[in-house]
Structures are given as C-alpha cells and as structure tokens.
Design a protein around this ligand. Sequence first.
Ligand SMILES: [Zn+2]
Length: 343
Amino acid sequence: MPIWEYVKAFILELPDAESKPAKLPPMRVKVLGSAAGGGFPQWNCACPNCRAVRAGTFRGKARTQTQVAVSADARSWFLPGASPDLRAQIEATAELHPRSGTNENAARQSPIAGVVLANADIDHVLGLLLLRELQPLRVYAAPSVHRILTEDNSMFAMLQRVPGQVEWTDFVPRTTFPLLGPAGNDSGLHCRAIPLSTNYPAYVSPQRQSELALREASLGLMVESPPGKRLAYVPAVPHIDDVLLKELESLDVLLFDGTFWSDDELLRIQGGGISAQTAQQMGHVPVSSAEGSLSKLAGLRRPRKIYVHINNTNPMLNEAGPEYRQVREAGWEIAEDGWEFDL
Ligand SMILES: [Zn+2]
C-alpha cells in the first residue's frame, strides 16, 4: 500500500475512533442446568412430577442440576459452582467444548477459566472433581469453604497434583474482586459474594464448624458485566430480609431460589419419612405463602426475575398447572436448561 493510503486510512479512522467510545462487551449468561439437587426426574423419586416425566405425559421439561456459566468474550467462561451434572452439561454446550490450538498440547484445552464457590454443598462442588484432568483452572472461595475442601476432604488433592493446575484464590465476602483466568488474565467480569446463611453442610464436623466463619457458610454471588450490568445467582436463600431486598433492587437479572413451592412440600411427598424436612429447615424460602418469594419480591420491578434450582417435587414445573400460571402471571420466568441471555 502506498504511504498516502496509510495516511488517508489513519486520518479517516481517527475521528471515527474518537467519536465512538469503545463499546464494552456484554456478559453472556448460559443456564446449563436449572433443577435442584437430584435433578428432574430424580433417581429415587416417584412423585407425581417425576412419574409423569418418565411416562412421557408431563407438560414441562426434564432438567439437570443447577449450573450457570458466564463470559464477557464468549471464549473464556466462569462457573458459579460446579454441579454433579457438569460433564453432560459441558458436552451439551458448544461454547464449553475444547478448541484445538496449534501448540503441542493442542488436543487438551478448555474454555472454562475458573469456578467461584458460594458454599461447600455437594451439589455445588462435586463437579470440581470432574475438572481434575491437570487442566489449569482458578477456583475462588471464601477461606472457610477452601479449608473444608482442601484440608478435610482429601479427594480434592486431585486438583493440586502438579504446580499450575488449580489456583485457589480466597475472597472476602462483600468485597468486589475481578475474575481472572488461571494465568492471571482479566476476564472483564467482577464478582461479589454476600452472606445468606450460616449453615455449613452436614458432612462438615461440629469441631471444624466451630473453627469456621459463620458468614462464609453460604453466599449469594453477584456478577457485574463490563458495561456494569448486574446478575445475582442466589439458588439457596433461607429468608428474605431488607438487606437482601436492597441488594436485589439494583440488579438487571435475578436467578433466584425456586427450590420448593411450599414449606411442607417434601413432608407431604415423603409422608413424613426419616429424611423429610421443611423447605425452611433445608435453607430454602418457598415460592408460595405470605413469607414466600413470590410475595416478598413482588415489589421488585427492575430486574428480570427467573427461578432456578427447582426441585423435582415443585408443582410449578408443570406447565399445565395453576402454580405455573400463577408464577408466570406474577412476571417471573422458570429457567430451563439451555437458556442464554446477554447483559
Ligand atoms: Zn420427584
């Protein structure tokens, strides 16, 4: 190209570049799974919903266990938690498939850059063990959750067999931290965790629990996109108070605890069996009733409101039923596997 063409190109491009501020990329959110622990249908469940799905007569969809993935460039992805269904969820999601490169390790690669842990629940951390193939990965956790997994549960040592495999990064609840890839590269996303519950999983010994910070037991995750839009991922909310309400008011998208329709849902399904607990005892505010999320969050106008982590017993999964209609008429959506949106 002659020199004057370079000059012309430069002159023509300069004002354009100055007049248009760089447009920051949106964050893409993918819902890989939307059911509560056990999935839908659940292996040992013969509730009306699970039976109807197996019989092929259900008006609604089967779902894998709740899992979300977020990215600012659609190339490197961060996972809030790692579900037990993660292997199948990765295979069902083209963006999470390994891309072949040109170097000698070309066949081994993953677009999954990191995982942010909100608690140490089995449904939330088991998928980490599926990501143990010596693949560089950054795992963010509150110090208490980090200790439970790496000091008390020796299987997680599989994530740290060689240097540069999994990089654990502790965060402090209520502080904002950037999401970095395993090599320290900035994703453009920022995260903040908010305390929601002081209950640790039942497998954590009382001795260990007494040494841990209560405020780190179970967190909600707020993720901010490069243009400043905000997503909340809160699949386990024990109760809705004014502090939480204030957090939720500034959101653009809310992925909220839709585990149970009513507090005594499991008691009725299981007939009061030994494992039966109320929704509240399991750390989930129900959808219905005066204290439930439909009622308590009715005044929340700004965010798009989406239920996730829906238990297989929840009647709102049935799209032919009154509960489904009630939720939709209240302006809520009920997440399905495979959904995606930008913010
Ligand atoms: Zn069921």
